[in-house]
Design a protein around this ligand. Structure first.
Ligand code: SF4
Ligand code: SF4
Length: 181
């Protein structure tokens, strides 16, 4: 990712990317949605000093963009993915339907992105070991944003999530392998 990280921001207790992001490296392979075997509850990465390069460079956008603390993925249930942002697309990977989705922070922020001409996609995980579903929803959300209507916005977000969850999730084909040494 090319965006610099915010200097004062750390992951804290969040380990969401160590669960949801698939890895298929010689020293570490883990299926989509499987919590990495090196992730220790409450302590984070147990192989931090020798973790794979992919783990060193992958950060969600909450680490790089001025979003409120409520956006931290383990609190919000939403990972703002870094991939695609260079092409003007922000993907909101909705891990669970938290109360955060109903709040003005979420509405105002997403509305601001769309007003700036940024495309917004929603994505949901499937069962462990499958690729997520994803769809661009900018035009679907736009009427609620232009009307300044948070309730309609939320209804449109939830309808999108309902539809994405009906997706025919495809296996990622990754067999777990833990060999960081
Ligand atoms: S090796 Fe460490 S940083 Fe990488 S996925 Fe596992 S717990 Fe997370
Ligand atoms: S999802 Fe973001 S905040 Fe959470 S551990 Fe990963 S990089 Fe840190």
């Amino acid at each position: 990712m090319s965006l610099p990280l915010l200097p004062e921001r750390t992951c804290g207790g969040c380990v969401e990317c160590c669960r949801v992001i698939p890895l298929d490296l010689p020293e570490l392979a883990k299926p989509t949605g499987e919590l990495c075997g090196y992730c220790v509850d409450g302590a984070g990465c147990s192989v931090h000093a020798i973790r794979p390069q992919t783990c060193r460079v992958w950060f969600c956008l909450w680490r790089a963009v001025e979003l409120s603390d409520d956006w931290r993925p383990d609190r919000s249930g939403v990972i703002v993915r870094p991939d695609g942002v260079e092409n003007g697309v922000i993907t909101l990977y909705v891990l669970r339907r938290s109360d955060f989705l109903t709040g003005m922070d979420f509405f105002v922020t997403v509305a601001g992105w769309i007003a700036e001409g940024i495309e917004v996609a929603l994505s949901v995980p499937g069962p462990v070991g499958t690729y997520p579903a994803r769809a661009i929803v900018t035009d679907w959300l736009r009427p609620a944003i232009e009307d300044g209507d948070p309730e309609d916005f939320l209804a449109r977000v939830l309808a999108s999530l309902d539809r994405l969850e009906q997706h025919d999730f495809q296996p990622d084909g990754i067999t777990a392998r833990y060999a960081v040494a």
